[in-house]
Design a protein around this ligand. Structure first.
Ligand SMILES: *Cc1c(COP(=O)(O)O)cnc(C)c1O
Length: 480
């Protein structure tokens, strides 16, 4: 069994195994004609249930054959131009290469003595990101597993910086379409059930700053402490960007921590054309970025950045065996001092490879392309009487619903749209997402693939209309 350990004597078998696996994926990429096969849970689970994990196949090729059957054949493929559902991007090859290298070397980024150069590379990418944001000379940050963890850490720092006697007094302000990880974080941080104050949005789904001002004032009047305002730069549902400069003004006025959740909108940091859409982000105290959303990186790759490096001390604990306090004086860089995680992947390598091979403009142009595509999609939808479209895109999301000319009952229209989404998924021809707007069911394109064309969008809209009409036709039959 030692032949499976990666070391000097197995280098050749490592090369063969990994190449064989990569061959399978490459073949899959070359031949995939749909984003999904439409397999159901009931069809797939018996195949996985039937495998006895205590009876290994003892042969890599056989295991890859089996994997074809339980995973590769029926996986949801984000690289396909008709995958239009969630915030998943097709990934760039330099990042995938980085992924292969980082897992083989297996550095752990908690301490210098487990990573060496990895630590310095991560630090340089953090500095690159804070410079792109414009956070100033004492900014810092750390890579995380995702936006959820980044938001949690940012709010932890905000909680520790807030001047309050008890956590019960603390209030966090976020728009009604902010990410649910804000509420989850508040719970994890021991804040009260009313801690997160939901601020209404305007018709473009951006935080109403007049309402924010009113709530901040109310908070002060009631003797409560405004711990943080979470501005979203790219909401998950609409891609809308809260008015960052106005929010920054209010945060300054009320002495409140400003967190910008740019998990989605961070792609604009590399944009060649649309960087100005996130102007004001440089005034944040902390920022969440998900490179695995708009920098075309494989999951996971994310970071939390802070204006003032010293605030990261709120996440610092010293362990004699790992990162003793004296190492700080010796200027040994231990990233665990800044992180919620201990053992931690060298995810930064993927972004490093990407920037070194493609350059920031290369990534930014890809993101610009999907923003332009969304603008085209908006025109398509706005001109099509079969659809109602919600907001003009600030990033690359379109929210719309099918509105049949013959039906006026909104509940029936809801059912037709829900049916269309399910039927489309079951067909595997395309994958779209859904959400609710003012209590009604809508469909959603999240465009992150520069290979998607206007023609693709148009075809998928026709498919949706076809499925919805089929539902309505059958519904009429049922009624009569
Ligand atoms: C996706 C998203 C998150 C959560 O990020 P994960 O990487 O999925 O944990 C947080 N905020 C916003 C606005 C997001 O779109």
């Amino acid at each position: 069994m030692r032949s499976h350990l990666l070391n000097d004597t197995t280098a050749e078998s490592y090369r063969r195994s990994v190449t064989e696996g990569i061959e399978r994926v490459a073949a899959k990429l070359a031949t995939t004609t749909r984003p999904f096969t439409g397999i159901t849970v009931d069809a797939l689970s018996p195949r996985i249930d039937a495998i006895d994990l205590d009876k290994p196949l003892l042969d890599t090729t056989a295991v890859l054959d089996e994997l074809e059957d339980v995973y590769l054949r029926d996986a949801v493929y984000f690289h396909h131009p008709r995958y239009l559902a969630h915030l998943n991007c097709p990934v760039v090859i330099p990042a995938v290469l980085g992924e292969a290298i980082l897992s083989a070397v297996n550095s752990s980024l908690d301490t210098w003595d487990q990573s060496a150069g990895g630590t310095l590379i991560e630090r340089k990418l953090i500095d690159w990101t804070t410079a792109r944001i414009g956070l100033g000379p004492v900014a810092d940050g750390v890579f995380t597993s995702g936006g959820t963890q980044s938001n949690l850490q940012a709010l932890l720092l905000a909680r520790e910086e807030a001047k309050a006697d008890t956590t019960a007094e603390l209030r966090v302000f976020a728009s009604e379409v902010s990410h649910f990880s804000v509420k989850k974080s508040a719970k994890l941080l021991g804040l009260g059930p009313d801690a997160v104050v939901s601020i209404p949005v305007d018709q473009d789904k951006r935080m109403h700053t007049v309402a924010l001002a009113r709530e901040l004032e109310r908070c002060r009047r009631e003797g409560l402490v405004p711990m943080a305002v979470v501005a979203t730069a790219g909401t998950t549902d609409f891609g809308s960007i809260d008015p960052l400069p106005e929010i920054a003004e209010l945060c300054e006025q009320y002495g409140t921590w400003m967190h910008v959740d740019a998990a989605y909108g961070c792609g604009l940091l590399a944009s060649v054309k649309y960087r100005d859409r996130i102007d004001g982000i440089e005034r944040a105290d902390s920022v969440t970025v998900d490179y695995h959303k708009s920098f075309f990186q494989p999951v996971s790759s994310s970071a939390v950045l802070v204006r003032d490096a010293s605030t990261l001390r709120h996440a610092t604990y010293h362990a004699e065996y790992l990162n003793p306090r004296r190492m700080v004086q010796e200027r040994i860089p231990n990233q665990v001092d800044k992180s919620l995680q201990t053992t931690r992947r060298f995810d930064a390598l993927k972004l490093w490879m990407t920037l070194r091979v493609m350059g920031a403009d290369g990534i930014g142009r890809l993101f610009d392309e999907v923003c332009d595509l969304a603008a085209e999609g908006w025109k398509l939808l706005a001109a099509d009487p079969r659809f109602d479209v919600v907001v003009a895109p600030s990033l690359s999301t379109l929210v719309f619903r099918y509105i049949p000319a013959s039906v006026t009952d909104p509940a029936e229209i809801d059912r037709a749209n829900l049916y269309a989404r399910k039927a489309l998924f079951a067909s595997g021809d395309a994958v779209v997402a859904g959400t609710k707007v003012q209590g009604r069911h809508y469909l959603k394109f999240t465009l992150l693939n520069p290979e998607t064309t206007v023609e693709d969008m148009s075809v998928v809209l026709d498919l949706i209309a076809g499925h919805a009409e089929q539902y309505l036709g059958e519904s009429l039959d049922r009624a009569s």
